[in-house]
Design a protein around this ligand. Structure first.
Ligand code: NAI
Ligand code: MG
Length: 325
């Protein structure tokens, strides 16, 4: 059975790295049909809406969506796209690879970030020199995330999970988040280590090898996973999967990188590894693993893009990955 994949490159380096990911997917045995559409700053300028209804419908209908990045309109594109696929968790693995100069060579951690609420619900006001933001946490969303996290830990044979929180200060919101995750983990016999998120930031810098799976509220996951990107060699390496029960949206963690956009030197690895996560989501586990191995080989032996100290362009690295496949 063929799977329909929506391809939405967006702006900036999204236009370079998403075609790389498609090239790699086409080199696998997976039975995929690609449907292309547009979103982001350029579309907003052209037709007034950064996420045309047609693009959102495509994501809602497709089995999976491959997205690059949007520039200034990111929030107006990414957040609705994540809800178009009903995603409740953002899975962000951060790994150090042999051959890549990392601050910590033994990082292998996965962030499971709540993806629908927290401070990203968009309820903000500013008036007379006073701005406010409403933070929303529900037992339902926390439970859904916790259930996914417990299954994730069990399937992959980890000892337990870490929960990032600040329930000592945000007693109701993070209090509810933490209590719910702890209750679900207790029901399922999964060990939980609750850690204050500020202390966790320090500890991740000093001893990242001590962590496997970290469950986080929305904003904390955004920040801590970017921190982990710094530990392993940069944003060019970090993929992500926004998962719903039926559909998924797969995107590199990085943005449009305006400083290098259009130069043909963006690292395609984050987008290609996002495509590997998509393959696994669609049931092509073996193909996903093959893509990951091909990426690892190329990172170890080169060619590499300038963010990793190399001199190769996006196309050369993509070609090397395809050749390994
Ligand atoms: P960014 O991730 O675009 O860039 C940060 C730094 O990392 C830059 O120096 C960039 O050159 C480098 N970098 C990122 N990805 C790279 C890659 N694949 N290869 C080589 N170098 C890479 O974040 P920044 O600069 O904060 O944001 C730029 C724009 O992207 C903003 O307009 C922002 O709104 C948007 N953005 C969009 C996101 C999305 O659509 N999901 C996520 C983050 C930012
Ligand atoms: Mg971010």
């Amino acid at each position: 059975m063929t799977h329909e994949v929506a391809v939405i490159p967006g702006d900036g380096i999204g236009r370079g790295v998403v075609p790389s990911a498609v090239d790699v997917l086409e080199a696998t045995e997976a039975d995929l049909t690609f449907v292309h559409d547009e979103a982001g700053d350029a579309v907003a300028t052209e037709c007034g809406d950064p996420l045309p209804a047609e693009t959102a419908d495509l994501a809602r209908r497709a089995d999976a969506t491959l997205f690059g990045a949007a520039g200034e309109t990111a929030a107006e594109v990414v957040l609705p796209l994540r809800s178009a696929v009903d995603s409740f968790v953002n899975v962000r693995p951060a790994r150090a690879y042999p051959g890549v100069d990392a601050l910590h060579p033994d990082v292998d951690v996965v962030f499971l970030r709540e993806n629908t609420e927290g401070v990203y619900v968009g309820d903000e006001t500013r008036e007379d020199g006073r701005a406010t933001l409403t933070r929303v946490v529900t037992a339902d969303a926390s439970r859904k995330l916790a259930e996914f996290a417990c299954e994730f830990v069990a399937e992959r044979g980890f000892d337990g999970l870490t929960v990032a929180h600040k329930a000592n200060v945000m007693q109701e919101t993070d209090g509810l988040f933490l209590e719910t995750v702890e209750a679900v983990a207790d029901e399922r016999g999964v060990a939980v280590d609750p850690v204050l998120m500020d202390a966790l930031a320090t500890h991740l810098c000093l001893h990242p090898e001590e962590y496997d799976v970290i469950v986080t509220p929305n904003l904390a996951g955004d920040v801590l996973s970017d921190l982990a990107a710094g530990l392993v060699g940069g944003l060019g390496l970090l993929p992500s999967a926004n998962l719903g029960d039926e559909r998924g949206l797969f995107e590199p963690v990085h943005g449009t990188a305006p400083d290098i956009a259009g130069e043909g030197v963006a690292n395609p690895v984050a987008a290609v590894l996002s495509a590997a996560m998509m393959l696994e989501f669609l049931g092509y586990d073996e193909e996903g693993e093959r893509v990951r191995t091909a990426v690892e080989d190329v990172l170890a032996d080169g060619p590499r893009t300038p963010d990793l100290g190399g001199e190769a362009g996006t196309d050369e690295v993509t070609g090397a990955i395809v050749e390994r496949l």
